[in-house]
Every structure is written in C-alpha cells, then in structure tokens.
Write a protein that binds this ligand. Structure first.
Ligand code: ZN
Length: 176
C-alpha cells in the first residue's frame, strides 16, 4: 500500500471507533475508549525523552504513558499507542513498542520516517480531532495557522497540544 492509503486506513479505523462509541462532542474521551476496549493504561514518570509505550502480554494490551509530560500531550500519546494496538497488534506481541517524542514541540520530527509512526499519528489526530467536530468548531471559517489565538481556542476545546492541533489543521480535508 502507499503511504496515503496507510494513512487513510488509520483514519478510517479511528472514525470507526468514534462511531462505535457514539462520540459527538469534544474533547474525545480517549481514556474511556481505550479502557472500554480492554486496554490497560499505566501512568508513570518515564525518561523525559519517552512519550509512551505499548505491548501485548498474554493477550492483554498494555500502554504506558509518561506523566512528566503535559496532560494534553499524554492524551495524544494514549491515542497514538491505541493506534498501534488497533493497527499493529502482531508486532506488539513480539516486542515492546517505545515512542520517543511521538509529537515533539518542534512538530512531528519523528513522524515523517517510519510507516507505522505515520499511521499511528494519523489515527491519533483523527481520533482526538475528528474531521466533523473540527469543521463544526471552525463554524465555516478557515484557520490561519499563524493565528495563535484561534489555534489556542481549538486546543482547549479538543484538549490537545498546539503542535497536534497545527498538524491536524494542516491535514484537514485529507480524511475524506
Ligand atoms: Zn509509535
């Protein structure tokens, strides 16, 4: 598959979960969704450079979240790890997946290289900032990514970091 098809597959999976859990308002309850899917979510202080990890033990999916990072960033990390569980299950049975700054302050530096990371970030962005909810929040306007005030209002509504929101706004329209 092409990368575009991979991203589309990831977004469709996120959309299916939103539909299944009847999510109609932001912020998306990502922790409730993960736990409803039987995922064990462990919160702990990890090395500063680590955002989170995911693995499967005895058929149980386990996610670790770095509590040293800001709460909104932890939400993105959880959504990102949930993507690996939904999309890359078999790989997690063989090895612990460790994420080093899946969404860094300087943008998506780690995201551009690895195909599974691209998929996981596309899934996480769609799950936390669904196209329809974002379009509704914009009320027909388009957002200037340089407009800090407008981006800030959206980050509060969706409980995501500014980096995540800027990334999502830049991909708006690709989901369809
Ligand atoms: Zn990852």
């Amino acid at each position: 598959m092409t990368r575009r098809a991979d991203k589309l597959r990831a977004r469709r999976e996120a959309q299916a979960l939103l539909h299944h859990f009847k999510v109609k308002t932001a912020p998306v309850p990502v922790e409730r969704i993960a736990k409803s899917l039987g995922v064990r979510v462990d919160y702990a202080p990890l090395d500063e450079e680590l955002s989170g990890l995911a693995y499967i033990r005895g058929g149980i999916a386990i996610v670790g979240i770095n509590t040293l990072h800001a709460p909104n960033r932890q939400r993105f990390t959880l959504a990102h790890e949930l993507a690996h569980i939904r999309l890359h299950w078999s790989e997690l049975e063989h090895a612990v997946h460790v994420d080093r700054g899946s969404l860094r302050r300087d943008g998506l530096a780690a995201a551009g290289v690895d195909a599974t990371e691209i998929e996981a970030n596309a899934f996480a962005a769609e799950l936390l900032m669904p196209e329809d909810l974002l379009v509704a929040a914009l009320e027909g306007r388009s957002v200037d990514l340089e407009d800090d005030q407008a981006v800030s209002v959206l980050t509060k509504r969706f409980k995501v970091s500014e980096a995540a929101m800027r990334y999502r706004l830049s991909t708006l329209g690709e989901s369809m």
